[in-house]
Ligand binder design. Structure first.
Ligand SMILES: [Zn+2]
Length: 279
């Protein structure tokens, strides 16, 4: 299975794009690095540009531990809220920051909130290729609260026709419908046994698991609710069962073999940053 994590700060990436990135992302990502080290697992870290810019040593620590660095945009604004020019600017900036810090070529991209849509697929794929991105991991093959997702897998072919590899999130069939599994809120909210049961037919080598380090942060609600108003619905949706995630993660890492996209698919490829400094 592919292990992937989106490195972002909840207060900035979910609550308010205009907030500064908080220190919590440091502690939360460090906790994740420790858990992965304990299980000798390496994965792909999709790092948001604003986080990398503020905490370059965190980026170095991720790379130093053997994980793949990949890009998760700059501000975490959804693609449908950006113009083509804004997206290209965000992408260029965030890839450049990661490559400057690490000296490694970034070849993977995950769009914020899986916000890829057909209407801008042409410029989306072209922008990625222009920055030397080789693969996309932004597709959810299930529609979720009409916010994101695709009902069928034709989108994968449409991306491949535009010259990129693409690796969708894991889904499982339940009552005739695709249900997201092995990731994010689904992994957090479901009991572990239910996650495993849903994942019983997944390919153990190629399926994708994803998470956010903030999902292991059990103190964040107490801290941020002093500073900002958190609507009741958001409280449940974003904070429920965070206390269960670290334990489930340990179990998951014991039960499945994990690797990164780079090591699974591109270990024989040589990629180098296009310039010494792109900033
Ligand atoms: Zn994200």
């Amino acid at each position: 299975m592919i292990f992937s994590a989106d490195i972002e700060d909840w207060q900035q990436s979910v609550y308010d794009f205009d907030r500064a990135v908080s220190n919590r992302v440091l502690f939360n990502t460090s906790r994740l690095l420790d858990i992965l080290a304990e299980h000798k697992v390496t994965g792909t870290f999709f790092v948001q540009g604003m986080v990398a810019e503020k905490f370059p040593r965190l980026v170095k620590a991720i790379a130093h531990a053997g994980h793949e660095l990949a890009c998760h945009s700059y501000t975490h604004r959804r693609l449908y809220d950006l113009t083509e020019a804004q997206f290209r600017d965000e992408l260029h900036r965030s890839v450049a920051i990661l490559e400057d810090i690490s000296g490694e070529k970034v070849i993977g991209f995950r769009a914020p909130t899986f916000s890829v849509r057909d209407e801008y697929l042409d410029w989306y794929c072209d922008a990625l290729k222009t920055e030397g991105i080789v693969y996309d991991s932004s597709i959810m093959l299930a529609t979720v609260r009409s916010c994101y997702g695709f009902n069928d897998d034709g989108i994968l072919q449409r991306i491949r026709e535009r010259g990129l590899d693409t690796y969708p999130m894991s889904v499982s069939k339940l009552l005739g419908k695709n249900l997201p599994v092995m990731g994010g809120g689904y992994f957090r909210l479901y009991p572990y046994w239910f996650n495993r049961w849903l994942a019983r037919d997944l390919d153990r080598d190629t399926s994708v698991f994803y998470m956010h380090p903030y999902e292991t942060d059990t103190h964040e609600y107490r801290e941020v609710s002093k500073l900002m108003e958190i609507p009741q619905k958001m409280k449940y949706h974003q904070f429920a069962r965070r206390g269960s995630v670290a334990g489930k993660l340990h179990q998951l890492l014991r039960d499945y073999p994990f690797t990164s996209f780079r090591d699974r698919y591109y270990s024989n490829c040589r990629y180098a940053p296009t310039t010494a400094s792109k900033l």
